[in-house]
Design a protein around this ligand. Structure first.
Ligand code: ZN
Length: 322
């Protein structure tokens, strides 16, 4: 897992600049992306997935990822995360200076072929190659390397994936040299009971410490319920997207990450510190909305506002209420 600062309980990892922007047609200018990343970091967000190292012809929305990584690296205290589809992308990510690399491995082989154009064995070979590149770096310069089990709650093409297959692939990622395995509800099929079950299944294979994060979508309205189930299982890293922008362009029907604003509100209200200032976050939302004119933004808390007398988690502790 990423080094967790002592002053937060849950790491909210913003994925909007990657997952969000890759699934909308509009191409956000680099300057607007920089303002978004800088704004969220200033609001207290500690980790941001700023892009993906895929060929620009596949995802022109993310063609400036290397430049955005270099910019984000100038922000103190921010973990700069990126998605990499293969060793070549990982090499580019390392050259740009990324702190965290995530390689998606779709547990549905049909989806893997559609998404990465690779079989499971080919993706595991890429994972091994990436781990080798990282291991060759000096200590202190090695980024965190996560293998993410995508479509783990079910695939739009194959439906449910057998447990044995999920277990084998989780084991394969760790054997290839990943630092941890993440769970990804690419298709928005998860429910709280499935979240608990899958976390247990994967932990049973790779150990508790190797499963800390989950990537959820709100496709069927269960995003926050699923997030709560994951937290109750002890996971401490949750992906979300400002305004719920996002989805997976290769999984028809899947749209919308869980909304950062609503997630932070839930966590802070529960007394779980995120380090994020909500009013500041709302201001960033307004700024991103202006840069993405015409794109729908989701979430309830920004419109409803904070409850009267709302006390964020850190203040609850100071007041002895927690
Ligand atoms: Zn996603």
């Amino acid at each position: 897992m990423t080094d967790r600062a002592a002053d937060i309980d849950i790491l909210v990892s913003e994925v909007g600049p990657r997952d969000g922007l890759q699934s909308i047609k509009a191409i956000m200018p680099l300057e607007a992306k920089k303002a978004w990343v800088a704004g969220e970091a200033a609001a207290g967000v500690r980790e941001i997935e700023v892009g993906s190292f895929v060929p620009a012809k596949l995802l022109p929305q993310l063609a400036d990822t290397a430049e955005l990584v270099r910019f984000a690296k100038t922000i103190p205290g921010l973990t700069v995360a990126v998605l990499v589809p293969n060793a070549r992308g990982a090499q580019a990510a390392l050259e740009a200076g990324a702190d965290k690399l995530t390689l998606p491995l779709s547990v549905s082989e049909t989806h893997s072929l559609a998404n990465l154009r690779k079989t499971h064995e080919q993706v595991l070979a890429e994972a091994k190659a990436i781990a080798g590149i990282i291991a060759a770096l000096p200590h202190g310069q090695r980024p965190h390397f996560e293998g993410s089990l995508s479509t783990v709650f079910g695939c739009t093409l194959e439906g449910a994936i057998p447990d044995a297959q999920i277990a084998r692939l989780a084991e394969g990622l760790m054997a290839a040299g990943c630092d941890e395995v993440g769970l990804s509800d690419t298709t928005g099929y998860a429910d709280p009971s499935a979240v608990r079950r899958l976390i247990g299944l994967v932990r049973g294979v790779v150990g508790e410490r190797a499963v800390t994060g989950i990537h959820l979508h709100n496709t069927r309205g269960l995003g926050l319920a699923n997030a709560l189930a994951a937290i109750e299982c002890g996971l401490d890293t949750l992906d979300s997207s400002l305004g719920g922008i996002g989805g997976c362009p290769f999984a028809p029907g899947a749209s919308g990450n869980i909304v950062t604003e609503d997630l932070v509100f839930m966590l802070e209200a529960m007394g779980l510190r995120t380090g994020i200032d909500m009013d500041h976050l709302f201001a960033v939302r307004t700024q991103v909305a202006a840069a993405l004119e015409g794109e729908p933004l989701y979430g309830f808390t920004p419109d409803a506002g904070l409850p009267k007398g709302f006390s964020p988690a850190a203040a609850q502790r100071e007041g002895g209420l927690a």
